[in-house]
Design a protein around this ligand. Structure first.
Ligand code: IMP
Length: 422
């Protein structure tokens, strides 16, 4: 399975870190292809519990090269902080490579992100405030600065001045004082000195790995329903979080892909604003949040929790053509007397089985549920299908049918080995 993509099937936080950590054990190359430090991937292994935001979760395999690809939005200060944190815990980061083509998140992007979201008032998106949206806006406007620009200090200073001249009115409109170009350049160039050993042209590394049939894992961030084109727009992030977006941002042609794995949690959660048809506002929702420790890895915000939405999940499964599913956190459903799965929506009195593209339509959708008997047995010790209680098996089998792809991995605990492989 030389090139495997791992992508989220709902609104993020599905446990991609755990799946990537498992696959990365045998990988030669792990690539992040989009998004930035708005992501948060949790990895639990022999060395402890880690949360990485920009550095690929494959970094815990010291034999793998880990690439931050051209499609990623890189904040150099946060990257250095992450390197320091991993270094302090004796994780070898020598295998990291950062693409010269990746765009830089600048301080004014973060200021704009926060100011713009606040100015939307009741239509605010609840962004992570990491400056990701404004960075991609500048990239598309062709006034972005890239990681490779920092390797030429004189050119970087000149480009930054040019960009700030263009952004002056936009910044002033949201009350951000005109940044001092030289001080900002000094700060970034200092960080660049630290990052220089990692910065490189990554495409030759990717091309060579693919040509030699090396094991490549593409590490998706966020998730399909946060995708700019296929998610709950405008309540989405500013990158393409699908398999296609991940291939694009990694520099790998679609025909090279051999496997696409969709990661879904055994229930749903969402952080930030936007439609979430199966959201629970009752004690069950609170219970899922508490036993699942559903608080954001990046921002610490409480996550909204609800039943598994198979209509939304199938939308993602079809768009990405998942050929396998990793279902995580099944252990957290132990002890619920009954479980529900949304199998269709009721829209204005009629039943629909597709995921509407307009949030105004989604807001009118009521979930139609199938109910499943729960199970009392803990499943954390399960390593094979036969170890799962019959009611858990029935739940998983039904999700496979609804998602139109076979379940290949089931997460039954936080640690890497707490997994059932089918
Ligand atoms: P942004 O990506 O910071 O612009 O935030 C846009 C929306 O995407 C907000 O609702 C965020 O909470 C959400 N979001 C972005 N990245 C993630 C993620 O990795 N997990 C869950 N939600 C995310």
């Amino acid at each position: 399975m030389p090139v495997t993509a791992v992508v989220g099937g709902h609104w993020g936080d599905e446990g991609k870190g755990k799946v990537i950590n498992l696959l990365a054990r045998d990988a030669d190359l792990v690539i992040r292809g989009h998004g930035g430090a708005n992501a948060g991937h949790t990895v639990v292994n022999e060395q402890g519990r880690f949360a990485v935001h920009l550095i690929p979760a494959g970094i815990f395999n010291p034999r793998a090269l880990c690439i931050i690809g051209p499609g990623v939005a890189v904040h150099p200060g946060l990257l250095v902080a992450e390197l320091d944190e991993l270094g302090a815990r004796e994780i070898d980061t020598a295998g990291l490579r950062v693409s010269t083509a990746a765009h830089l998140v600048m301080p004014y992007h973060q200021s704009l992100d926060r100011a713009e979201d606040e100015a939307r008032e009741e239509r605010r998106l609840g962004t992570t405030g990491r400056g990701i949206g404004p960075t991609y806006v500048d990239k598309a406007r062709r006034v972005g600065l890239r990681v490779g620009d920092m390797l030429n200090p004189a050119m970087f200073r000149e480009k930054l001045r040019f960009v700030l001249d263009r952004k002056y009115h936009e910044l002033a409109a949201v009350g951000v004082a005109r940044p001092e170009a030289d001080a900002m350049a000094d700060e970034y160039l200092r960080l660049a000195e630290r990052l220089e050993p990692y910065i490189t042209e990554t495409q030759p590394l990717v091309d060579e790995a693919v040509a030699r049939g090396r094991q490549v894992v593409l590490e998706g961030a966020h998730a399909t329903l946060l995708d700019l084109d296929h998610g709950t727009y405008p309540y989405v992030t500013s990158s393409n979080c699908t398999v296609a977006g991940l291939l694009q941002g990694s520099g790998i042609g679609p025909r090279r892909l051999t496997r696409a794995i969709g990661v879904y949690k055994a229930y749903c959660s969402r952080v930030g604003e936007g439609p979430f048809p199966t959201e629970l506002f009752d004690a069950t929702g609170d219970r899922i949040r508490e036993i699942g420790h559903e608080y954001g890895t990046t921002t610490g915000r409480p996550r909204r929790c609800g039943w598994f939405d198979a209509v939304a999940g199938r939308h993602a499964s079809r768009i990405n053509a998942f050929d396998g599913i990793a279902l995580t956190r099944l252990d957290l459903l132990t002890g619920f007397p009954e479980l529900r799965v949304c199998v269709a929506y009721e829209l204005d009195g009629a039943q629909i089985d597709y995921f509407p593209s307009q949030v105004e339509t989604l807001d009118r959708c009521q979930p139609i549920y199938e109910t499943f008997a729960g199970w009392e047995e803990p499943v954390t010790g399960a390593r094979g299908w036969a170890d799962l209680p019959p009611n858990a098996q029935a739940y998983v089998r039904r999700l496979e049918v609804l998602l139109e792809a076979p379940v290949q991995l089931i997460g039954v605990g936080e640690a890497r080995e707490e997994i059932v492989q089918l």
